[in-house]
Each structure stands twice: as structure tokens, then as C-alpha cells.
Write a protein that binds this ligand. Structure first.
Ligand code: 3UK
Length: 536
């Protein structure tokens, strides 16, 4: 295996071999060649196989074939190498909403053997600066529409010296530079273990961690969950909400559709109204979004029931059984839940429609192994709550970060989730390990109380946390948003409390309930429980 990286930053900052997880490559589809550039596999291959005229990306007023995307990506790769001085191994910042140009830039970076560092479009200069400093970034490709924050970050980061904007009509813009360059580009001959993406975790607290993923990792995630669970075909039309800077979005909206020659609809804004409109306008067949988005879309079930939609993927947060039922009753469609993590790149426990078990995430995805362990890392008996441990072809490699030894223990990735496994091998989510509520000595998982509350017709959304309490250590405190037209009062508090007591073990009921108009969430759709803890 010979690395193409003349800039050895990524390799120099990998965790020591003994701190990396154990990797599994047992499946025949996980046999990778020593030299591998994932852009050749996901993009150029389709043109070589005669499928260049198939649609690859669609967006409002835009339709690119695979050949179109290759043309753009090759031109941008030439701009990167010849105008901007990018060499293999350099990190390139990508900052844009989900769009066709964002995807072209991503492939250009990969083709050049550089490392794509995609960032959420809502990041402010201060947050961009921490990404730029941590990944030591000198080059950036950004949407002109986000130029203000990027320029302000660039002023504070001396190292960032070349920034090109797309959607900038001026002579210095990326589009003008692309026109001056050839549409041919010979991809860098990267090693399968050359890093090609650095993904920042969307952690709800603390300093963001940078995870490093190789060309082979990108191909490995395409060979595992989509191939064995989602089973997409070339005629599928993907649509969804997660940003491409979130690996849930990168996989679900770019890598997986392209791995089978399908197409993807990219929406710059992807709230429930835009998703609904997009599904209808583009004839989408696969929807990729988070549980809250399914709850918000459910009232439009009739429109969706008669649409082209056939598969619905939920990840990022636990899918409450009540949401699964709501969606099935509204649309006639069973959901595909899956737990993934930035550290493992994508989904490793999931179940297809036929194997879905309400309240469970699913079974381990072929290619991965998972177990529930105790504090010492020993497997616990079936039905016992413990820490989720996973290993497979992908795994955690933090860039120069002491937290590596917390995430990887004895070769297993510890995701920070409390789970139990049943006798059939279904994994049942409890809570984040640090979110378990301990009240009067009882362990209570907030999501279980949330599940119960969601079954009540007045509840639109809810979040349950442990609030400090002198007598009991912690008490169960629920934040509830009500369905349109309803008002919260003491009578409703009492009604919800009684409802929970009648649904699950009474000691788990929320002793305190606050009605709120909305719940705090990250840009990846995750509940920010720490913000609620501060409130409580
Ligand atoms: C939680 C889930 C229960 C869980 C992600 C799909 O979410 C992704 O990555 P992040 O690094 O967060 C990882 C953590 O999120 N989680 C995600 N999915 C589920 N909990 N059920 C689920 N279905 O705490 C996990 O440890 O932001 C998801 C694909 C790629 C991803 N990066």
C-alpha cells in the first residue's frame, strides 16, 4: 500500500495502532485493493460503464447526470491543484448548504487525494475557526452566500490562505475558474487507508472531536447497511434533511445513492414543508430524516400515501415506538430505524421493514459485531442494560485527541449509549449513558418516559431529563410541546402524570412537567438535554 499523501498531517495524527479499534473485514464485499480512490468507484465508474447519462443529482431548477457531475468535479479538481496549490493530504474546508455544487466540490477534493472537511452551513466564524485550527486547513471552497462568516473566520486564521466561492459570478469566483480548466482529471492514486474525510462530531456538549475516515471506510459503509438493509436500486430517488457535513447526510444523500447509480434530490432548506413538496415534485422513493421530522410530516400522511415514497429511514436519535406507529397509520409505510455515529461513519444496528420491532433499533448490520457490556467491558446477560460496544470495518480514529481511549476500549468502540439486547439479538435503546436519571436509587431512562408521553394525544413532542432534587438526588422532569390549539395547565399536568403511571412503572412518572413552545435541538436534529437541565 503506498500513500499518495505528500502532506502527511492525517497519518501523523492518527491514534496509535493500539488505541484504534479492531477492524473486521470478513465479508467478501469488504475486500479492498491496496490502492483505492472512492471517487473512482462512486462517480467515474458509472461513466466507464456507460451510465453517464443517468440522472445523479436534482435540485430546484437543476438536473445533473453522472457525466455532468464528473465534468464539474474534474474541473474543480484542476482548480484545486493548479490554481490553489492543493497537494494530496491537504485538508479542504467545504462550507455550503446541501447542493449540487457542494457534492461536486466534495468529489473534487477526493479526486485530488485531499481531505474533505465539510461544515454545517449554520456555523459561525468562531466555530469555523475551531475547525480550521484543529484540522490545520489552508484551502476552502464555499458557497458565496455564506461568505460573511467564512471571511470573518479567515481573518482570524492566518493559515487559511486560499478561499474560492461558488455562486460568485465575478472573475475570481470558482465558476469562472472552472470554465478555464479542462474537464479531464486523473484521480490521485490514493492508498485505501489514506484519510479522505475529517468529520467533526455533532456532540451536544464539549469541544467538538474530529474523526478521520479512509477511502476504504467510505466504500465499507456502502457495502454494509445499504446493501443488507436498505437495498436501494438504480431507479431510486433519494431525498432528505441531514446536512452533508453530517455523515448521516453524506451517506444517505450522496454515497449510498451513487453506489448503486441512483439519484438524489438536494434541498438547501429541508424542513418538513420542503420535504413534502420535494417528495411530490421529484417523485422521491427514499426519505432520509430524523424522528422529529417524521412526526411533523405525519399529518400530511394522505398526500404521502399516494406518493412514490417507498422507504423511510430514521436515524440520529432514538425512534419512539409511538412515532413508528403514527407514521405507519398515517402513510402505510413501516420505517427503517438505524443507529449510526460519526466515529463509525454510518449505521451499524438497524432493521428493514420486515424485521422492524417497535421500540428496538434493530439487529447488528452484517459486517459489524455489537454487544452490551459492563464497566469492565464484559458482555452482560440478555435483557440487562449496559454500554453498547461495536466493531466492524469502520471505527473511531480521533485526530490528536485524548478522548480516543474513552471511545475505544479493548478494540471495541463504545458509543456512549446504554442499550439492552433481547434473546433474538434485537438492540433496545435506553439513553445516552450520561443521561440516565437516578431518582431515589432507581435508574430511569428518559426516552422510555418520552415514549409513554408521546402516546398521549395532547403531546406533540417531549423531552425528559433528570433535574437535581435534594431529597431524591434527581427527579424525572418532562418538557412538553402540545399539539396545535391546546394549552398547558395544572389539570393537564395531572392527566399526563396519571397517563404515564398507567403506561409504564409508576415510579418513572414525571414529578415535574413544563410546557414549552419548542425544544432546543442541534443542527443535526438532536435534542440538547443539557440546555433543558439548565432550565430545570
Ligand atoms: C444517537 C441514535 C438511538 C446515539 C449518525 C446515522 O447520529 C449520528 O451520528 P452522531 O455522531 O451521533 C451518534 C449518537 O446519536 N443515535 C443515532 N441514531 C440513533 N440513538 N437510535 C438511533 N437510531 O446516541 C449515537 O451514539 O451525530 C446516524 C448515520 C450517521 C451518523 N453520523
Amino acid at each position: 500500500m503506498s500513500s499518495a499523501h505528500t502532506d502527511t498531517f492525517a497519518r501523523d495524527n492518527l491514534p496509535a495502532a493500539e488505541h484504534q479499534p479492531q477492524y473486521l473485514f470478513d465479508l467478501p464485499e469488504l475486500q479492498f485493493t491496496a490502492q483505492l480512490n472512492c471517487a473512482s468507484e462512486l462517480l467515474d465508474r458509472h461513466i466507464l460503464e456507460g451510465n453517464g447519462s443517468r440522472i445523479c443529482i436534482r435540485a430546484a431548477g437543476l438536473s445533473w447526470t453522472y457525466a455532468d457531475l464528473q465534468d464539474k468535479a474534474n474541473r474543480i479538481a484542476n482548480v484545486l491543484v493548479h490554481d490553489m496549490g492543493v497537494v494530496p493530504g491537504n485538508r479542504v474546508l467545504l462550507h455550503a448548504p446541501n447542493s449540487a455544487m457542494m457534492v461536486a466540490c466534495w468529489f473534487a477534493v477526493i479526486k485530488a487525494g485531499a481531505i474533505a472537511v465539510a461544515t454545517m452551513p449554520l456555523l459561525r466564524a468562531k466555530e469555523l475557526k475551531s475547525v480550521i485550527d484543529k484540522a490545520q486547513i489552508r484551502h476552502a471552497l464555499c458557497d458565496f452566500y455564506l461568505a460573511v462568516e467564512v471571511q470573518s473566520a479567515a481573518q482570524q486564521c492566518a493559515a487559511l490562505h486560499t478561499v474560492r466561492y461558488f455562486n460568485d459570478d465575478g472573475p475570481a469566483g470558482l465558476d469562472a475558474a472552472m470554465a478555464r480548466h479542462s474537464a479531464f482529471f486523473a484521480n490521485a492514486d490514493t492508498a485505501s487507508d489514506d484519510t479522505c474525510i475529517i468529520a467533526f462530531t455533532s456532540g451536544t456538549t464539549g469541544v467538538p472531536k474530529a474523526t478521520m475516515h479512509f477511502h476504504r471506510d467510505v466504500m465499507a459503509i456502502c457495502a454494509c447497511w445499504p446493501r443488507h438493509v436498505l437495498k436501494p436500486c438504480a431507479d431510486d430517488v433519494f431525498i432528505g434533511s441531514p446536512p452533508l457535513a453530517f455523515t448521516f447526510g453524506l451517506g444517505g444523500l450522496v454515497l449510498f445513492p451513487m453506489s448503486v447509480g441512483a439519484s438524489s434530490v438536494l434541498l438547501e432548506k429541508a424542513g418538513p414543508p420542503q420535504l413534502l413538496e420535494g417528495i411530490q415534485a421529484f417523485g422521491a422513493t427514499v426519505l432520509v430524516t430524523a424522528p422529529t421530522s417524521y412526526r411533523a410530516l405525519a399529518p400530511h400522511g394522505d398526500a404521502l400515501r399516494n406518493s412514490t415514497l417507498r422507504r423511510c429511514v430514521s436515524a440520529g436519535e432514538a425512534l419512539p415506538a409511538a412515532t413508528r406507529t403514527l407514521w405507519r397509520e398515517a402513510t402505510g409505510l413501516e420505517m427503517i430505524d438505524g443507529i449510526g455515529a460519526t466515529e463509525l461513519l454510518h449505521i451499524f444496528i438497524s432493521a428493514d421493514e420486515a424485521h422492524a420491532l417497535p421500540g428496538a433499533t434493530g439487529k447488528v448490520v452484517p459486517g459489524y459485531q455489537a454487544q452490551v457490556v459492563d464497566e469492565e467491558g464484559n458482555p452482560v446477560p440478555v435483557g440487562t442494560v449496559g454500554k453498547l460496544a461495536v466493531r466492524g470495518p469502520t471505527g473511531c480514529r480521533y485526530l490528536a485527541d485524548e478522548r480516543q481511549t474513552m471511545y475505544v476500549r479493548n478494540g471495541w468502540n463504545l458509543t456512549g449509549d446504554a442499550y439492552k439486547m433481547d434473546a433474538e439479538g434485537y438492540f433496545i435503546y435506553q439513553a445516552r449513558t450520561d443521561d440516565m436519571i437516578v431518582s431515589s436509587g432507581y435508574n430511569i431512562a428518559g426516552p422510555e418516559v418520552e415514549e409513554a408521553l408521546l402516546l398521549h394525544p395532547a403531546v406533540a413532542e417531549c423531552a425528559v431529563i433528570g433535574a437535581a432534587d435534594e431529597e431524591r438526588g434527581q427527579i424525572v422532569h418532562a418538557f412538553v410541546t402540545l399539539r396545535a390549539g391546546l394549552v398547558g395547565n395544572d389539570a393537564l399536568v395531572k392527566e399526563l402524570q396519571d397517563f404515564v403511571k398507567n403506561t409504564i412503572a409508576p415510579y418513572k412518572y414525571p414529578r415535574s412537567i413544563t410546557f414549552v413552545s419548542m425544544l432546543p435541538r442541534t443542527q443535526t436534529g438532536k435534542l440538547q438535554r443539557f440546555k433543558l437541565r439548565d432550565l430545570a
